[in-house]
Ligand binder design. Structure first.
Ligand code: AMP
Ligand code: ZN
Length: 469
């Protein structure tokens, strides 16, 4: 499989340290708010990658952290603490906020058919490990104490900017715009490993350490959680592209300084989901969630389909119109599958040819949109209904679009002649009229009323349809 590797900036043949086994790490969510559908784009693409690696025969050990402490709103070492901000906003403790949004994150993942990683570790569950690694970095001369905090000394590295896509000049200026310079740092690129002094005197979660009562920096958690659960050779590290710098750059700095050898061979970065006002972001406050999509009548899997239709290394523009198109295409695909009869013998040669086309698309830097084309080609092919259904189920082990299940449900609802309650039918007619008059506010209100009665309104190419919630 060829996969773009941010480390080499080229499409490399995917290799692992131990043949047949992938040690995979994923940066998990910062749990101070709901995940937005941009975050979830990243997790969807990582999920497809994991499932494809398994599909080709690898065993995958996947580890993920949950950032429940000390992630600052700026990427530097200053700015507000995101967890504290969330707790203040909702008048809860930091741990209550973390629990609530961790559960919400996994509930969203389930709706999008994103598999939960084998090991999930909250940062607060790994403090002893952070202290062990930081102590060793100090001993080895890679870290220093200043003003009560422990900093990583980037001047000790031969190469700090390992993902060369950045303009070093720009980055060196206070690391990021709007970040106040921290006078304790010897060099601007140095970063905090452990805080005992910060502007957050009201920090709720603090632990004893050799350097005093304090809490860890953000970057150290991923290095430690991975080294502990993936071992000292990591094959594949994933995250959104915004994490490449400084987060992943700092992870590499401290992990390799600690281990004394190269750490991770492959870096997989997913590009952003954007809206017309730029990157979707939690800290901007206004963002789209899976629940909102559901309230508006979209099947979360239609959003997954929307993501898979484009390449992970291109920014994806979100608009309701784009989502409507994807939702319509998804329903049409399900309807086609629902028409297949599970009968006939399977032409093995044709079956392998079509399967090979799917694999070739995925081997080509995870080209999911071509893989979906390969799926449509199955429908158009001369295979029997049984052959088509078997192959679609096989592809869907990777794509996880719930295709066979959705097709079965569609068939059942048709044969069962499910009766739509008259009040729902009436509201649907009113909504159609509102949309015709381009009164979208009223149309949205009516959609919500229909949802309250247990039905989702879906726009499909064949027109507006109802789905029982
Ligand atoms: P966070 O919860 O902010 O730590 O982010 C969780 C994951 O979502 C990280 O891998 C981020 O890089 C990624 N991410 C953040 N914003 C976006 C976006 N607009 N589109 C895609 N991925 C994103
Ligand atoms: Zn991370």
């Amino acid at each position: 499989m060829k996969l773009y590797n941010s480390l080499t900036r080229s499409r490399d043949e995917f290799k692992t340290h131990t043949p047949g086994r992938v040690e995979m790490y994923t940066c998990g969510p910062t749990v101070y708010h709901y995940a937005h559908i941009g975050n979830l784009r990243t997790y969807i693409m990582e999920d497809v990658l994991e499932k494809y690696l398994k599909w080709t025969g690898y065993t995958v050990n996947r580890v993920m952290n949950i950032t429940d402490v000390g992630h600052l709103t700026s990427d530097g070492d200053t700015g507000d603490d995101k967890m504290l901000k969330g707790a203040k906003r909702e008048h809860k403790t930091v741990m209550e906020i973390a629990k609530f949004y961790t559960d919400a994150f996994f509930a969203d993942c389930e709706k999008l058919h994103i598999r939960k990683p084998d090991t999930v570790v909250p940062a607060t569950g790994c403090i002893g490990e952070f202290i062990k690694v930081i102590s060793s970095l100090i001993e080895k001369g890679y870290a220093y104490e200043a003003g009560g905090n422990i900093y990583f000394d980037t001047s000790k590295l031969e190469k700090y900017y390992i993902f060369n896509d950045f303009d070093e000049e720009d980055l060196a200026v206070g690391v990021r715009e709007g970040v106040e310079a921290d006078g304790n740092k010897r060099s601007k690129t140095d970063f905090v490993l452990w805080f005992t002094k910060s502007k957050f005197e009201d920090q709720e979660l603090k632990w004893e350490s050799p350097w005093g009562l304090g809490y860890p920096g953000w970057h150290i958690e991923c290095s430690c959680i991975s080294m502990k659960n993936n071992g000292e050779y990591l094959d594949l590290h994933c995250g959104g592209i915004d994490n490449a710098f400084p987060h992943h750059t700092n992870e590499v700095a401290q992990s390799e300084a600690y281990l004394g050898h190269p750490w991770c061979g492959f870096w997989f970065h997913v590009h952003h989901l954007n809206t017309d006002s730029g990157k979707m972001s939690k800290s901007k406050g206004e963002f789209l969630t899976v629940s909102l999509l559901e309230q508006k009548g979209y099947d979360p899997l239609a959003y997954r389909f929307f993501c898979l239709q484009s390449h992970y290394r291109k920014g994806l523009m979100f608009s309701w119109e784009n989502l409507d198109n994807a939702a319509a295409a998804y329903s049409k695909l399900v309807a086609k599958i629902a028409q297949l009869e599970n009968s006939g013998s399977i032409d093995e040669a044709e079956y392998s040819r079509l399967r090979g086309a799917f694999a070739a698309a995925m081997d080509n830097d995870l080209n999911t949109s071509l893989a979906i084309t390969a799926l449509y080609d199955v429908l158009k092919s001369g295979l029997s209904g049984a052959g088509k259904l078997k192959l679609i189920a096989d592809f869907d082990e990777v794509l996880s679009l719930g295709l066979i299940n959705a097709a079965e449900k569609l068939k059942a609802s048709k044969s069962g002649g499910e009766d739509i309650p008259p009040e729902v039918a009436e509201l649907l007619e009113q909504r159609k009229a509102a949309r015709k008059e381009k009164n979208f506010v009223l149309a949205d209100e009516l959609r919500d009323k229909i949802a309250a009665l247990g039905y989702a309104v879906e726009e499909t190419r064949e027109g507006t349809k109802l789905r029982k919630l």
